[in-house]
Design a protein around this ligand. Structure first.
Ligand SMILES: Nc1nc2c(c(=O)[nH]1)N[C@H]1C(S)=C(S)[C@@H](COP(=O)(O)OP(=O)(O)OC[C@H]3O[C@@H](n4cnc5c(=O)[nH]c(N)nc54)[C@H](O)[C@@H]3O)O[C@H]1N2
Ligand SMILES: Nc1nc2c(c(=O)[nH]1)N[C@H]1C(S)=C(S)[C@@H](COP(=O)(O)OP(=O)(O)OC[C@H]3O[C@@H](n4cnc5c(=O)[nH]c(N)nc54)[C@H](O)[C@@H]3O)O[C@H]1N2
Ligand SMILES: [Mo]
Length: 776
């Protein structure tokens, strides 16, 4: 059957790849132009105007790309190039029509790339793949919910099902989803945070008593030193560049710590200002520290040591003794530990020169208001290194250096998963939250911890998990060890995906499978009581309303709140006394419950409507209270582990290109790194290439090396000579997930170590055919 609006799938072949020089600056006019072109092409002028102008505005919707906060003074275009890509990807008028499912079998779809799948357009009707068949077929909503309810109720135990959540879910949908799952009887609530900022949450929870950022947006403008560790804002948080530019204008120094000289860390041309379009822009980093992968703990300990030595030399001038006495513990242990710090090991681990570390320490000692921000370069780091814990240690030092202003900036991360945790999406919610659920809804939620993302896959593999429900996301592509994860998913009895668009997780499924199409954040959400808004939390704990602005792309997709409510009704019947139907009619009812259950959300309905939302309370930031076991902030001691890399091997990180959002591939260019029309590349320092006897442009197989001796290989990758730190290679996620062992996780957080894979590059054996394989 011919499609009315067939998608353009312009996938480049491997031979078309072009490799140029990496850029030294980010954004500016090309950024704006690049963002407008796809919108205008697919959506037409009117839909483009409605979506792009409504983005991040008080009465519009919140951009779903990164969780960067909104400044008080918003510009006419408060969006960035990558935000525009996210919006056009979702608001596209191209749709998957009924005939598609008969035309394409699941096995055939499985052979398609993530890019191709995304290009098929928005999902418009529920579809079901019965056991033993290889095709999905359209089904009615009632039938779909009844299939799910019947299956869930047939399980021997609720713990045989897991309920995943991805970052785009609204607070309202997240709240009723966890409520449904707990009323069903399990805490199996894995989410994308498990692979993202879990390490941050875990470590900061232990050291500061809160797992979230402790700064406000305005703190950027007031800080005098910003240290950006393991984060690529030019691509992943472009609006952060505006905050950095403003901070520089106010005299702040910026230090970037990264194995790659990312364009956005070097120079920025602000597309919102004339000088940004025609001028040379703002230099961002005053100091660029090209650290080795996994070297950050050593660096931060070395800086902490210098801070303590400075205090020793002139007591009372560096540390705020009173603050430490009143609010902190563990300083003596840290001092003793740092006194023994092996400086040679530090230089070896970091690959930095001593003078560079001294320079950072001097900047740090001079500064009064320091912000340290970090992202995946820290959280997805090496096994047995609780990665963010080191940052927290250092942050505590920041909080205690000279003359601290109350509420001084400390730390920030920028996940997209933001509000889900606040709303109870966590396999380990504390008893206080579960008590509040019990009090509000009159049922006793399960108390044992559930499974996180890695454990969920392990249980599928072991045959203990039978049903998998996903509220968004693409777990099979996002999780480590692709082949292992795919084999695990295929053992399921049923998979259910609630999605906006097709992805790999719809093609690697259990015996039975369902896809439930949902509305996106850009779309007007009309329910029985009128138009609804949802709320979302950003990276500095500010909660905003988000109103869809364009007509829904098709009549049948339901909102996430409606889908969860109906799934709960079909599964639970009268089991608990919860007004699921009422939730769907009017989201205010959900927010009333949130007010009474979630700490810090009292009067949610009123406060969310005031002046664009509200900021959640934050103990360390607002009142210097630390909800740790002892009520004090903890200086932690972490042993330095030497970065192990056997001769002839490299450490590989997996990262995002400029044209992707997590597992969604928007295009094949990584403009700032000079790559056009291709993704099968591995970036290696030219000196390492020479040592390994390899050449720029050559094709290699990338072999992962891990203690379990399974052979994990990515075949036929093009080598790109790149100014990366010595010994440190890089390739794109999600393809490179094939190389990350499921068992390789960070201590404490169980986050896959996606930035630290020992690999060997071997000249490609079988021509140019790209692929991956694994053998036990
Ligand atoms: N356009 C776009 N925006 C996004 C996303 C997207 O995919 N596309 N994803 C969103 C999500 S969910 C997240 S979590 C964030 C991710 O945002 P980022 O964390 O910026 O994402 P990555 O591409 O993983 O980049 C990791 C950066 O850390 C550096 N790095 C890697 N290992 C180390 C290390 O050991 N030490 C140090 N110091 N640096 C290291 C890498 O060189 C790279 O610059 O972005 C969010 N925003
Ligand atoms: N090797 C390696 N692995 C990684 C990472 C890495 O850096 N390296 N990063 C990790 C990180 S930080 C993260 S956050 C995870 C991401 O893991 P996930 O959150 O599971 O993956 P996404 O690619 O964000 O999910 C995209 C899918 O979500 C669906 N979707 C989009 N919008 C909506 C919506 O509004 N509602 C619903 N219901 N569905 C929607 C679409 O179908 C789309 O295909 O991956 C992790 N995996
Ligand atoms: Mo993330």
């Amino acid at each position: 059957m011919a499609r009315k609006n067939p998608p353009r799938v312009d996938e480049p072949t491997d031979d078309e790849m072009e490799v140029g020089k990496p850029k030294t600056w980010a954004a500016g006019l090309p950024g704006v132009m690049h963002s407008m072109v796809p919108a205008l092409k697919d959506m037409g002028v009117d839909r483009s105007r409605k979506t792009l102008l409504a983005m991040n505005h008080r009465d519009g919707f919140d951009c779903m790309s990164c969780a960067w906060p909104d400044p008080d003074h918003r510009k006419a275009f408060e969006f960035c190039e990558n935000g525009a890509k996210a919006v056009t990807w979702e608001a596209t008028p191209i749709t998957v029509e009924s005939g598609f499912w008969a035309e394409h079998s699941v096995s055939e779809l499985r052979g398609q790339s993530e890019y191709w799948l995304g290009q098929q357009g928005r999902l418009t009707e529920p579809v079901y793949k019965p056991a033993g068949e290889d095709h999905y077929r359209p089904v009615g909503w009632d039938e779909a919910f009844s299939i799910i309810g019947t299956k869930l109720n047939s399980l021997a135990s609720p713990d045989e099902a897991a309920f995943y959540t991805s970052g785009r879910t609204s607070n309202e949908a997240a709240f009723i989803y966890q409520l449904f799952v707990r009323a069903f009887g399990t805490n199996n609530l894995p989410d994308c945070s498990n692979m993202c900022h879990e390490s941050t949450g875990w470590a900061m929870g232990q050291t500061l008593g809160i797992g979230k950022s402790t700064i406000a947006y305005d703190d950027f403008g007031k800080s005098d030193l910003i240290i950006i560790v393991g984060q690529n804002p030019g691509t992943n948080h472009p609006r952060m560049l505006t905050a950095l530019e403003e901070a520089k204008g106010n005299g702040a120094a910026i230090v970037a710590v990264n194995p790659l000289p990312e364009a956005g860390l070097r120079r920025y041309k602000n597309p919102q200002e004339v000088k940004g379009i025609i001028g040379r822009g703002t230099d961002i980093a005053d100091q660029f520290m090209q650290i080795r992968l996994g070297g950050d703990m050593a660096l931060l300990q070395a800086v902490s040591k210098r801070v303590l030595e400075a205090e020793e030399a002139s007591p009372g001038t560096v540390l705020d003794r009173q603050f430490i006495e009143d609010h902190c513990e563990g300083l003596e242990e840290l001092k003793a530990h740092l006194a023994r710090l092996d400086e040679d090991a530090v230089l070896e681990s970091t690959g930095l020169r001593r003078e560079e570390i001294d320079e950072l320490a001097v900047r740090y000692l001079k500064a009064e208001r320091v912000i340290i921000t970090w992202a995946m370069g820290l959280t997805q780091q090496k096994r047995r290194w609780p990665p963010s814990r080191r940052s927290s240690t250092c942050c505590c030092c920041a909080a205690t250096s000279v003359n601290p202003a109350p509420g001084r900036p400390r730390s920030a991360g920028t996940p997209t998963c933001r509000g889900d945790r606040t709303m109870g999406i966590w396999e380990q919610m504390p008893p206080s939250f579960l008590d509040a659920i019990e009090k509000e809804f009159g049922f006793n939620p399960p108390r044992e911890h559930g499974t996180d993302a890695v454990q969920t896959i392990q249980k599928m593999r072991d045959g203990e998990m039978k049903v998998f429900v996903a509220l968004g996301g693409n777990l099979v592509a996002a999780i480590s060890d692709t082949h292992e994860a795919e084999a695990a998913m295929e053992k399921l009895e049923m998979s259910v995906q609630i999605s906006t668009k097709l992805n790999r997780s719809h093609t690697v499924v259990g015996r039975e499978a369902l896809i439930l199409p949902t509305m996106g954040r850009t779309e007007i959400d009309r329910q029985a009581s009128g138009e609804q808004f949802v709320s979302v939390e950003d990276t500095v704990c500010a909660v905003h309303p988000s109103w869809g602005k364009v007509e829904p792309v098709a009549p049948h997709p339901l909102s996430e709140v409606a889908i969860v409510s109906r799934m709960a009704r079909a599964t639970l019947g009268q089991k608990v006394n919860v007004d699921w139907t009422g939730f769907e009619k009017n989201y205010d009812l959900v927010r009333e419950h949130i007010s009474r259950v979630v700490v810090g959300c009292a009067d949610y309905n009123q406060r969310i409507r005031q002046d664009g939302g509200f900021v959640m309370a934050n103990g360390p930031r607002d009142s210097r209270t630390f909800h740790t076991a002892t009520g004090k902030a903890v200086f932690t001691v972490n042993d330095l582990e030497h970065v192990q890399c056997p001769p002839g091997r490299l450490i590989l990180q997996t990262m995002r290109s400029h044209d992707q959002f997590n597992t969604t591939i928007y295009g094949h260019n990584d403009r700032y790194r000079g790559i056009m029309k291709g993704r099968q590349v591995v970036f290696v320092n030219p000196k390492d290439l020479a040592e390994l006897g390899l050449q720029d442009g050559q094709y290699v197989d990338i072999h992962g090396e891990y203690v379990d001796h399974k052979e994990r290989v990515l075949r036929n990758y093009r080598v790109v000579a790149y100014p990366s730190a010595r010994g440190c290679a890089a390739a794109y996620y999600p393809e490179a997930n094939v190389l990350v062992p499921l068992e390789a996780v960070a201590e404490g957080s169980n986050t896959p170590v996606s930035k630290h894979v020992v690999v060997k590059l071997v000249p490609a054996s079988d021509g140019h055919e790209v692929g991956a394989s694994v053998t036990a």
